[in-house]
Structure formats: structure tokens, C-alpha cells
Ligand binder design. Structure first.
Ligand SMILES: C[S@@+](CC[C@H](N)C(=O)[O-])C[C@H]1O[C@@H](n2cnc3c(N)ncnc32)[C@H](O)[C@@H]1O
Ligand SMILES: [Zn+2]
Length: 193
């Protein structure tokens, strides 16, 4: 099959993103529920994708010009290594308020809009990262409801509660007071006087 270039995609193109590195942007207004691109690449075993991911991260730590890891979880057995030039979907950044979703259809990954998208807007998906490593992935999506870290939607309430708890504790430690604490403090003062 001939390899499609970025310029051949009817809906989207790649350019620098304010969120991170490069991103995917709408070429024109896109209706809701539209298939806009496929995540293509090499089908590799789970072991091989782990090996490639680790290798890539090591190289990226040494050399800032080395790009990100572009592995997509395909099914229980296989992943897609999307680090190939024709795969523009690899540049889609994460947002806590996504406008697209990835679907596995017969073991191919397609990106569909989940709302109308205006020309020039960035295509954003929910990476759905696991909770346990959230601290390694600060989120810069800039959405009003941004969770601060890239984690799956189902874990965001847990994260929020944990972060609020931590913030309150660290303020108390430093001798500062949260709003709640200071109102308690002023009550005590009043009682004493
Ligand atoms: C598949 S790449 C996405 C394309 C990337 N912008 C690029 O130029 O290669 C995934 C990486 O992009 C970065 N990224 C994506 N969304 C982000 C966000 N909301 N906040 C911070 N970094 C993000 C993270 O470094 C993540 O590991
Ligand atoms: Zn965010």
C-alpha cells in the first residue's frame, strides 16, 4: 500500500504545538464522529515494544533532539510502534478535555472526533495513562479542568483528592494555613478574647 503523506490527509496536518513539541491540527472545520486519521506503524510484540520504549527513553535522556516514544497498545498480544514518517497520528497530544478518541476496529487504530472541531484547533486525545506513574507525566494541556498530570479520566478524582490532601498537609507543615484552618484560627481567637 502506498504511504500517505501529511499533506494528503483531508482533515489534519502537523505543526508546532503550544502544549508540547509538535501536534496535529484541523485543516478545516470537522464534524463530530468523523474518522480523521489512522495510527499506523509496525506491529510488534509486547516484549519488543517494551525494549524499544526503554531504549528510546535512554537515548532521549542523553540527547534532547531524540523524539518521544510512539508505542500504541493494540491488543493483549501486540503493540504498534508508530515511529514512522507516514504516521501523523503519533503527534496527537493529550488533553484532560479531549476532542477526539481512538478506536480499535479489527485491530486497526482510528481516531474519531468526539465533538465538532474548528479549523486551526489542535486535535487532542486522552492518553489514559495509568495512575501509578502520574508524577512522571505533568500535563500542560491548559484546559480549565486540567488534572495537572496525564492520567486516565477514571483516576482524575482520586488524583485531585490526593493532591488536595498533600497541599493541605504541606501548608500546615510550613506553618501556613489553608482557608479552612485560618477560619478555625480566628474562631479560637474570638473565643479566647
Ligand atoms: C506521542 S507524543 C505526542 C507528540 C509530541 N508532541 C511530539 O512532538 O513528539 C507523547 C509525548 O508528548 C508529550 N505530551 C503530550 N501531551 C502532553 C500534555 N498535555 N502535557 C505535557 N506533555 C505532553 C509527552 O512528553 C508525551 O510523552
Ligand atoms: Zn491536562
Amino acid at each position: 500500500m502506498a504511504k500517505k503523506k501529511d499533506s494528503e490527509n483531508k482533515w489534519v496536518y502537523v505543526k508546532d504545538s503550544g502544549i508540547h513539541g509538535r501536534g496535529v491540527f484541523a485543516k478545516r472545520d470537522i464534524p463530530n464522529e468523523k474518522r480523521i486519521m489512522e495510527y499506523v506503524g509496525e506491529r510488534v510484540s509486547k516484549d519488543e515494544s517494551t525494549r524499544r520504549g526503554t531504549e528510546q527513553m535512554k537515548m532521549a535522556a542523553k540527547d534532547k533532539t531524540v523524539g518521544a516514544v510512539y508505542i500504541f497498545d493494540l491488543n493483549e498480544k501486540w503493540d504498534i510502534d508508530g515511529n514512522v514518517p507516514e504516521n501523523i497520528a503519533r503527534y496527537a497530544n493529550h488533553s484532560c478535555d479531549e476532542n477526539c478518541e481512538a478506536y480499535n476496529i479489527d485491530d486497526r487504530i482510528f481516531y474519531y472526533t468526539c465533538q465538532e472541531i474548528k479549523k486551526g484547533e489542535e486535535i487532542l486525545i486522552d492518553y489514559g495513562y495509568a495512575f501509578e506513574h502520574f508524577a512522571d507525566h505533568p500535563c500542560k494541556c491548559g484546559a480549565p479542568k486540567c488534572a495537572g498530570f496525564i492520567v486516565a479520566k477514571c483516576d482524575r478524582t482520586k488524583l485531585k483528592k490526593m493532591r488536595n490532601g498533600k497541599k493541605a498537609k504541606s501548608l500546615v507543615k510550613k506553618g501556613k494555613r489553608t482557608k479552612k484552618d485560618s477560619s478555625k484560627g480566628s474562631k479560637k481567637k474570638k473565643l479566647k478574647a
